[in-house]
Write a protein that binds this ligand. Structure first.
Ligand SMILES: [Zn+2]
Length: 415
């Protein structure tokens, strides 16, 4: 009897505590159907729908301005001239080459960055021609991330056209050198006061939203030995053998799959070593691509890799060296998934009936730079597309308009 009583007490206590817990830790979404269905939002939507052909034409023109990482000047000039013609409060190009347009809000509002990157991965591709096939545009860079630049420009135009007077202050950003490791965004953040409320990186496929920063911790492992002709090779330390053993053992490391914040993966993509078939290699190496949502896991795996190399060096007599990349660290902001920002974004995507919504902590966009600095940041997709980072890249036209609505709705909900 007493035990039963105790059990129900615990149950009630647990339920109450659980409810309390969710009240304390979960912020409320800022999305409401009354905002989404308001006359103002309809005005924004009608404006972009009426300008559909002009939007597609400008999207093509902008894509045809080549902008490989490090060579974004022409696109930057174009973006700057557009920001200027929209009459923002301040427009400038910073030291790194980023274009910044500031739209000041009334005092007391949030400070929000909306960024899209100008650079593409197509070094040396100087002639770009966009081809349209029904709902699809085809050209290198059409999606990644030119579609987001267009989303940025036309959302801004829609707000201006509708006579919007923001409470929040917006930093519209067209960045350089995203593809080489978020260098443009880092430079921007270092050049301004970092008191932003949110950073919204416009990048990635529509419906995929990341609120955490995926970290990279791979590198290059090299083994060295004295070398010898095959005829004199008995007992000579063999770097190729060391590479084989090391890869075998490293690939057997147990890497976490769950919880998703600790999800970790590695891959050995390249093996180098030896010059001729009749001699022992003097130097052999292999690459490791290591990624995780959790920096501690990255450090743990790196430590295990070092231990494996050290052990193999003792077994085989080769010398070893490791170069590990720690430029892009993993970061998570506690409670980010339950924050008002992330919940609002999810509600908007559901309201717009976006298919295949995926919300996770393993992001790899300019939002990472904000997350690293403890600023709640997410990416927002640009459209649906295929063959990203290849010359046959494709992007869907209807997805672009859906993505644009997502951005405009979010701005309205955050006001
Ligand atoms: Zn991108």
């Amino acid at each position: 009897m007493i035990r039963k009583y105790l059990f129900s007490c615990l149950l009630i206590f647990g339920l109450l505590f659980g409810m309390l817990g969710s009240v304390v830790w979960t912020e409320e979404s800022l999305f409401t159907r009354s905002v989404a269905g308001s006359g103002f939002v309809q005005k924004l939507f009608v404006f972009v729908e009426q300008n559909e052909e002009a939007i597609i034409a400008e999207w093509s023109r902008l894509t045809e301005i080549p902008a490989p990482s490090g060579y974004e000047e022409k696109r930057a000039q174009y973006m700057k001239s557009q920001f200027e013609s929209l009459g923002l409060d301040k427009t400038y190009i910073d030291q790194a080459g980023n274009v910044i347009g500031i739209w000041k809000g009334t005092d007391g509002g949030k400070k929000i960055v909306l960024s899209a990157h100008m650079d593409t991965v197509f070094q040396g591709v100087n002639e770009i021609h966009v081809k349209r096939e029904g709902n699809v545009l085809k050209a290198p860079g059409i999606g990644d991330d030119t579609a987001s630049l267009i989303n940025l420009l036309w959302s801004l135009r829609a707000f201006k056209e509708a006579g919007f007077k923001p409470k929040n202050t917006y930093y519209f950003l067209a960045t350089v050198e995203e593809e080489t490791g978020f260098d443009g965004m880092r430079a921007f953040m270092d050049s301004v006061e970092q008191d932003f409320t949110y950073i919204l990186a416009l990048d990635g496929d529509l419906g995929k939203v990341s609120f955490g920063a995926l970290g990279f911790g791979g590198g290059l492992v090299t083994f060295r030995g004295p070398g010898a002709h095959t005829m004199q090779s008995r007992g000579v330390p063999n770097p190729n053998l060391a590479v084989a053993r090391a890869i075998d053992r490293i690939c057997q490391l147990d890497l976490p799959v769950l919880p998703i914040e600790k999800w970790t993966i590695l891959n050995v993509g390249m093996i180098m070593g030896g010059k001729v078939r009749n001699a022992v290699s003097q130097e052999s190496s292999f690459t490791i691509d290591l990624r995780s949502g959790d920096q501690e896991e990255i450090v743990k795996v790196q430590k295990k890799i070092r231990e494996i190399c050290e052990k193999i060096s003792l077994e085989t007599g080769v010398k070893w060296e490791i170069q590990l990349d720690d430029r892009s660290k993993a970061f998570q902001i506690p409670g980010a998934r339950d924050s008002a920002l992330v919940q609002t974004v999810v509600d908007i995507l559901e309201y717009l009936e976006v298919k295949d919504i995926e919300v996770g902590p393993l992001g790899s966009t300019e939002a990472n730079v904000g997350i690293e600095k403890g600023i709640l940041s997410v990416n927002l997709g640009r459209t649906y597309g295929r063959y990203k980072h290849s010359l046959r890249e494709e992007a869907d036209i209807d997805g672009l308009f859906l993505a644009m609505k997502q951005i405009m709705l979010l701005v309205c909900c955050l006001e």
